[in-house]
Design a protein around this ligand. Structure first.
Ligand code: HEM
Length: 280
């Protein structure tokens, strides 16, 4: 069957708006799926990453960091059924970039060719994704492990301009910005200019809120303000939306390519790569 990615894109666009879900769009949770599928990557051992779509397996799906991503995976099932030739690994990452662009975000380069693992042999250890209750040192250790630098960490964190926290998923509560289905640099502006107060939310978890309680920040978001090296980029992105869009696009494109090694035909070679490493 011809691999018509434009048709897949149209099908994703057709399900994005959903009046019964959160703020009326499934876009944000699709972006979180693309990120969590990719963000397990470890540059040293070359394990984890989006290739293999290992989150299909219980071992990874039940990592507490992935709570709620079952919704995103289920939303995409009808599209997988309609286009059985696309791998889950490609579909999840593609849905993320299609959603960002559709929510007024930048265009993000995306390449197909990822494959799905047959079993859970390549599931990375649980606990590789960041813990929102921690600070700058923790975020650095997680994102440096993936191969990112400080500027890319801040750019990627701007994705919190989308969506919200759900007490029954992460324990945190509320959206970061007033229009959480529209991508912009508002997150950085609010981070700088609102008065954030630390306190317990309705389920007793410590987070930061505005005075009226409508908007929130995670402890990790606040560390972008307090850490001087991160702060430089918060200031730049708050002032310059075009710069933020350009840097976000590049960093997200890099994120979804982590660990994807392609052969001459463009198809990813996970098993080949692992076999090569085993010989080194
Ligand atoms: C310091 C690193 C990060 C931490 C600690 C973190 C933590 C969180 C937490 C706790 C939630 C709420 C989940 C829920 O309750 O539903 C969340 C949501 C979200 N995160 Fe992050 N995140 C980080 C980085 C990123 C990155 C790099 C991206 C993408 C580039 C991203 C995209 C999102 C999106 C779009 C949502 C909203 C999901 C929804 O509305 O369902 N996050 N994040």
């Amino acid at each position: 069957m011809a691999q018509d990615y434009q048709a897949v894109k149209a099908a994703i666009l057709a399900i994005l708006k959903n009046p019964d879900y959160d703020d009326g769009s499934i876009g944000p949770v699709l972006v979180r799926l693309a990120w969590h599928a990719s963000g397990t990557y470890d540059v040293k051992s070359q394990t984890g990453g989006s290739n293999g779509s290992t989150m299909r397996f219980q071992l990874e799906a039940t990592d507490s960091a992935n709570n709620g991503l079952n919704f995103a995976r289920q939303f995409l099932e009808p599209i997988k059924a309609q286009f059985p030739w696309i791998s889950y690994a490609d579909l999840w990452t593609f849905a993320g970039v299609v959603a960002i662009e559709a929510m007024n975000g930048p265009k993000i380069p995306w390449k197909p060719g990822r494959i799905d693992d047959d079993d859970d042999s390549y599931v990375p250890k649980n606990g590789r994704l960041p813990d929102a209750a921690q600070g700058a040192a923790h975020i650095r250790s997680v994102f440096y492990r993936m191969g990112f630098n400080d500027q890319e960490i801040v750019a990627l964190s701007g994705a919190h301009n989308l969506g919200r926290c759900h007490p029954d998923r992460s324990g945190f509560e509320g959206p970061w910005v007033p229009s959480p289905t529209r991508f912009s640099n508002t997150y950085f502006k609010l981070l700088l200019h609102e008065e954030w107060k630390r306190g317990k939310n309705s389920v007793g978890v410590e987070q930061y809120n505005t005075e009226d309680g409508d908007l929130m920040m995670l402890p990790t978001d606040m560390s972008l303000l307090s850490d001087p090296k991160f702060r430089v980029w918060v200031d730049k992105y708050a002032q310059d939306k075009n710069l933020f869009f350009k840097d976000f696009s590049a960093a997200f494109a890099k994120l979804i390519e982590l660990g994807v090694i392609r052969g001459p035909d463009g198809v990813a070679l996970r098993k080949y790569a692992v076999a090569v490493r085993a010989r080194m």
